[in-house]
Design a protein around this ligand. Structure first.
Ligand code: SAM
Length: 225
């Protein structure tokens, strides 16, 4: 799914030139990052993080690469990160990938961050907190990108969730507002002006889930100019 995001070729080309670092947060079995590496992004610059170690192990089993996978997979809960970072807590040195065991080690050093089907698990406030935490991990450099896909709505509001969970759906209008606000709080209004947010809504999975209502997925990217 990650490769169908319209910013994917830009991310891939930057990765191939070197000196970038990529994180898939909520990578599950790591299919997207393995595809990224297959497409040419240097594996030694790619991290996959999930809450659950068993998903990472199942990924190794599925792909048969436990003894030779060059991607650094590790477990962390993104909500263990603080929502703000200052120059004292931002890393200035990029850690050796094999030593990375927690998200906190990647504060301020990631060029590319992807989240697939993660934001839509949460309510509105938690989605804001998640975005703020991703911003603490991102490099403050032109070309740095956070991108992803998750369920959204044509008009923002709560998703009609079959299991009764509190899941918020952003729209193409509300999603850029969230990111502008997060960057303004982290770095000030002037910096937030340098952020370009792209969104695209696609109607998907109606057949797969035999859904009665259309299901809208938000494909998006946030780029520092
Ligand atoms: C619905 S799956 C999406 C998997 C994959 N990224 C995709 O696009 O299909 C969400 C993933 O996020 C992980 N996750 C959920 N909460 C998390 C958290 N707080 N920190 C890190 N990962 C989390 C889950 O374990 C799960 O693997």
């Amino acid at each position: 799914m990650m490769r169908t995001n319209s910013i994917y070729p830009t991310v891939l080309e930057a990765g191939k030139k070197g000196n970038t670092r990529f994180l898939d947060l909520g990578c599950c079995m790591g299919t997207d990052v393995r595809k990224l590496v297959h497409d040419g992004y240097p594996a030694s610059h790619v991290f996959g993080c999930d809450l659950r170690q068993e998903y990472i192990e199942l990924g190794h089993e599925l792909f048969g690469d436990a003894d030779r996978c060059p991607i650094r997979f590790f477990t962390s809960n993104v909500f263990d990160l603080p929502t703000t970072v200052d120059s004292a807590t931002r890393n200035t040195v990029v850690p050796e990938p094999s030593t990375v065991t927690a998200l906190a080690q990647l504060r301020g050093v990631l060029t590319h961050i992807y989240t697939g089907a993660l934001f839509h698990l949460f309510d509105e406030e938690t989605q804001y907190g998640l975005a703020a935490r991703l911003v603490t991990l991102l490099e403050r450099s032109p070309g740095a990108i956070i991108f992803g896909r998750h369920q959204g709505l044509l008009e923002e509001g709560y998703i009609n969730d079959a299991l009764g969970r509190n899941r918020y759906g952003h729209s193409e209008k509300s999603w850029p507002r969230l990111w502008k606000k997060v960057f303004a709080e982290a770095e000030g209004e002037a910096f937030a002006q340098r952020i370009v947010v792209r969104t695209e809504v696609r109607e998907q999975f109606k057949e797969t889930f035999r859904a009665k209502e259309p299901l809208y997925m938000l494909y998006w990217s946030v780029q520092i100019l």
